[in-house]
Design a protein around this ligand. Structure first.
Ligand code: RAM
Length: 357
């Protein structure tokens, strides 16, 4: 890694002055204050996080990151969830929060494109828009930066390999996703489909993709539907924490996992992306052997830092820029201004008790 390409950011005035020397400081005319989005009297950058939906422990864990970093980052943090996991509900929240004078919107978008206009309007008023957790895939120009948990291109292949390794790379498989418009799940599903074309997976046949809309009840119903509709189903990937937790409950209830009390034949293997706390019981009972995720709090930490820097116009993002978050480490701005905040972890009964989120 080239030394000269490393720009260390810290919250000290000195380091920020260095950034100004890199051409990152904007003139007062560009300041957010022109639009009514102005900092608090203590200088904290008014930042709101808009998750995909309410009541999802995954987003609560992201908020842990924001909360623990807000002091050091210098943001005045709040959150407002939309009423449902759809773009229309998020648009009202965006408008409402812009009216309330937020300087930075951090959003996990429910659509890759339906928020474009609302986000553009916010940006035209001087509000900084950061996507976090999910991105505006194909519409990245409608936000300043995307803070993603891991490189999205690795998730589809990792999930297919994980399921394949547990079903001897053979049999009918299905996907239980979030909403049909979810930009992160859809990107990962594309990755899964591409991976399945590899000869290694030639005997794994994707027979269905269903959507539980990140609602526990709908996810359970969709999982039950898959089991009825595909009696020979060998595996399910649920790349959504809500979907995976709900599907695991269905398997526990039905007992049809490998070694389960009602397994017919080899039993159904379930994996996906989920929070360890929601899956502990299923892992201990054997209904889920292995699944993956990252720590969502890492996304909150990085987004809090960038919200502060961008809200104060102290950072000019460009591909290749490296920065350091005090106490957390070095990060890099990649193509399309994507910053990767964490890393993929595979959980199983050996390690799951080490995690508490
Ligand atoms: C759900 C949401 C979120 C996704 C996780 C894995 O909580 O859909 O966007 O990142 O699952």
């Amino acid at each position: 890694m080239k030394i000269q390409s490393l720009i260390t950011l810290s919250l000290s005035a000195f380091a920020l002055a260095l950034l100004a020397g890199c051409g990152s400081t904007k003139s007062a005319d560009n300041s957010a204050g022109a639009s009514g989005a102005s900092p608090k009297s203590d200088g904290a950058v008014k930042t709101v996080f808009i998750p995909k939906s309410a009541g999802n422990p995954y987003f609560s864990r992201m908020e842990v990151g924001f909360d623990r970093s807000k002091g050091s980052a210098g943001i005045d943090f709040s959150t407002q969830a939309p009423q449902a996991a759809d773009a229309t509900s998020q648009i009202s929240v965006i408008k409402n929060q812009v009216q309330r004078g937020q300087q930075v919107l951090v959003i996990s978008p429910n659509s890759p494109d339906a928020l474009n206009e609302a986000l553009d309007q916010a940006q035209s008023k001087g509000v900084v828009v950061i996507t976090a957790d999910a991105d505006l895939v194909g519409n990245e120009s409608h936000r300043a930066v995307g803070v993603l948990p891991v490189d999205f291109s690795t998730i589809g292949p990792s999930q297919v390999e994980l399921l394949g390794s547990m079903i001897a790379y053979e049999g009918e498989i299905a996907i239980l996703s979030a909403t049909s418009d979810a930009p992160n799940q859809n990107a990962w599903i594309e990755g899964m489909k591409a991976t399945l074309k590899d000869p290694k997976f030639a005997k794994m046949k994707l027979v269905d993709v269903v959507y539980g809309d990140d609602e526990p009840q709908k996810s359970s119903t969709e999982m039950e539907g898959l089991l009825v509709k595909h009696p020979n189903l060998r595996g399910v990937i649920a790349p959504t924490s809500v979907g995976l937790a709900a599907a695991a409950q269905v398997l526990i209830k039905q007992g049809n996992y490998p070694g389960g009390p009602k397994a017919s034949g080899k039993g159904l293997v379930l994996t996906g992306l989920g929070t360890p706390n929601e899956l502990k019981k299923a892992v201990k009972e054997g209904a889920v052997q292995k699944f993956q995720l990252w720590d969502p709090a890492d996304i909150g930490d990085v987004a809090a830092f960038l919200a502060s820097q961008l809200g104060q116009k102290k950072l000019e993002l460009k591909a290749g820029l490296e920065f350091e978050i005090p106490g957390k480490g070095k990060f890099k701005v990649g193509d399309k201004n994507v910053v990767i905040a964490g890393s993929l972890v595979t959980f199983d009964k050996e390690n799951i008790d080490k995690y508490d989120y």
